[in-house]
Design a protein around this ligand. Structure first.
Ligand code: IMP
Ligand code: MG
Length: 178
């Protein structure tokens, strides 16, 4: 598995340092607001688990599962909801927890979809941000790392459902997907 990685972008230690800082920032910003943290499956599962351990305020946790149609290394633009929230978010402060903000199509769609339920607010916390590839007008209030336009895997992120279990984030060798 490690032989498929071209280079390591963020080590386990670097990830933990940023994730801790984001968790502490969220705890400050949402003090007294009893937020709902919504993890977007599957890619966010590690980030969600680590960031939630640094959130020190009362809150709730929920999950959604979405998939963009098409496989490979880029989205086709259409988004499918595979699992919806298990609770009402009307009047609630919602924080979407995502692995990576790439074209922004997925989070753009998801934000509008949840906005229809009249939450008090919606913000986005993403571990990774690839601003060079943005197509939709989406902004992440909390972003762990800005990364270049390369396909990355590990720490929850996959290629064809593989590599999610790597503890670091690395650039996948292009010959693996081309
Ligand atoms: P977007 O809709 O283009 O912003 O894509 C978001 C989704 O595409 C993410 O939730 C990931 O599942 C996937 N994705 C985008 N870039 C990468 C990458 O570099 N590695 C792994 N998955 C990615
Ligand atoms: Mg994915």
């Amino acid at each position: 598995m490690i032989n498929d990685i071209e280079s390591i972008l963020m080590t386990e230690e670097q990830i933990q340092e940023r994730v801790h800082a984001i968790g502490q920032q969220l705890s400050k910003d949402y003090e007294g607001k009893f937020p709902v943290f919504v993890g977007v499956l599957k890619g966010s599962f590690m980030f969600m688990a680590d960031v939630m351990r640094q959130v020190s305020i009362p809150c709730q946790v929920d999950f959604m599962a979405v998939s963009s149609y098409g496989s490979g290394t880029s989205t086709t633009g259409a988004v499918k909801i595979n699992k919806d929230l298990s609770q009402d978010i009307e009047g609630r402060h919602v924080v979407i927890i995502e692995d990576i903000l790439d074209s922004g199509v997925t989070l753009g769609y998801l934000t509008k979809y949840l906005q229809n339920r009249n939450p008090a607010s919606i913000t986005i916390a993403t571990l990774l941000d690839k601003p060079a590839r943005r197509k939709a007008d989406v902004y992440a209030t909390y972003a762990g790392f800005e990364i270049p336009d390369a396909f990355v895997v590990g720490y929850g992120l996959d290629y064809a459902e593989k590599y999610r279990n790597l503890p670091f984030i690395g650039i996948l060798k292009p010959e693996i997907y081309s």
